[in-house]
Design a binder for this molecule. Structure first.
Ligand SMILES: Cc1cc2nc3c(=O)[nH]c(=O)nc-3n(C[C@H](O)[C@H](O)[C@H](O)COP(=O)(O)O)c2cc1C
Length: 331
């Protein structure tokens, strides 16, 4: 049984990655149903939270059925991170996660996210401030290092464990790599081989099939896997991996009717959550992935993204269900 502090996560947990503009409550609802064992919010800016910015505060909203869930924070100022940890703790998550992995300029070039990989003493102090500011378990998500010549994750893992983090997720790329090239899990495996490391280590990067999940689990000995992009428009990935691990067999891919049902659940929650116009607009980017593999889907997608009328969207989705009812869908 893998545990983060006293949070029990099962034998080989699958985590939903924090993803800005993606892993909001509507998306998390479909991933929970799809089998995610632990979920994280989108990253929350500590500066925004301190200023009470609406966008940051809204990201703290979590629902009972989502548990266990972590709120992910990022920032460049140690004191502010401590303060916003207190605010986030009041929102009642099961744990607090710190983002030391975000590579995008607006974050990393302002001293937050992956920038801390260039200043390990500051990272340690910041983590300490967060750990001290909450009674909840604190986890960290980061990358292998800043660039090819500074892959310091093995040292980072020991130092962060020593100051009290309860789990570590490592994305097998450096900051400089952004999302380019293949994720390399070799150093993640080395952390697991270190007898001093007692906390769960979760691997992250490029897992997009049950076969790859099992292969990477076996090769690198991780305690669980975090999945990001492969879950977008395909929340079935979690249960598919679990089923394959348990039985060695593949679950049947979702039928078109099932895809429509889950897509609609996502859409309805988005509208409820963000209001009709924004909910519909933000759902547009998800249709292509929900219906990936359907032959000649493009005209339907075009129609779905051209309308702002909810009833019309439902009509198109019904049409998709009927038209593709007999089609074989490739996963
Ligand atoms: C759209 C998008 C938004 C992301 N936002 C965050 C974030 O808010 N916090 C974070 O730690 N990582 C973020 N990431 C990185 C993912 O959590 C994950 O580490 C990365 O996508 C690699 O995993 P994957 O190959 O399974 O997608 C984001 C990734 C994507 C694609």
């Amino acid at each position: 049984m893998v545990k983060i502090d006293n949070i029990e996560l099962g034998e080989f947990p699958l985590l939903l990655a924090p993803m800005e503009d993606v892993s909001d409550p509507p998306f998390r609802a479909v991933c929970k149903e799809g089998g995610a064992d632990l979920m994280y919010t989108e990253f929350v800016s500590s500066e925004g939270l301190i200023r009470d910015a609406a966008k940051s505060v809204q990201k703290l909203d979590i629902f009972e059925y989502e548990r266990p869930i972590g709120i992910q924070l990022f920032g460049s100022d140690i004191e502010t991170m401590g303060e916003c940890t207190k605010i986030a703790t009041k929102a009642g998550p099961d744990l607090i996660d710190i983002n030391y992995g975000c590579p995008v300029k607006q974050v990393a070039c302002r001293g937050a996210g992956a920038a801390l990989l260039q200043d390990i003493p500051k990272m340690v102090k910041m983590t300490e401030a967060v750990v001290k500011a909450t009674h909840l378990p604190v986890t960290v998500k980061t990358r292998l290092g800043w660039d090819e010549s500074t892959k310091n994750i093995e040292d980072v893992a020991e130092r962060l464990q020593d100051i009290g983090i309860k789990a570590l997720t490592v994305h097998g790329r450096t900051r400089v790599q952004m999302y380019k090239g293949d994720a390399d899990w070799t150093l993640i495996g080395k952390i697991k081989d270190n007898p001093r490391i007692k906390i769960p280590i979760f691997g992250n990067g490029d897992i997009d099939s049950p076969e790859k999940a099992i292969e990477y689990r076996n090769r690198f000995g991780v305690d669980g896997i975090m999945i990001g992009r492969a879950s977008i428009g395909y929340p079935w990935i979690f249960n598919e991996i679990k089923h394959f691990i348990k039985t060695g067999e593949h679950l049947a891919p979702p039928t078109t009717a099932e895809r429509v049902r889950v897509c609609r659940k996502h859409l309805d929650f988005s509208i409820q959550w963000k209001g009709e116009r924004t909910g519909i607009l933000e759902m547009r980017r998800h249709y292509a992935t929900y219906f990936k593999g359907l032959n000649n889907f493009k005209p339907y997608r075009m129609r779905l993204v051209e309308t702002l009328d909810y009833a019309h969207i439902l009509e198109i989705l019904d049409e998709v269900t009927d038209i593709y009812a007999l089609e074989k869908v490739e996963a």
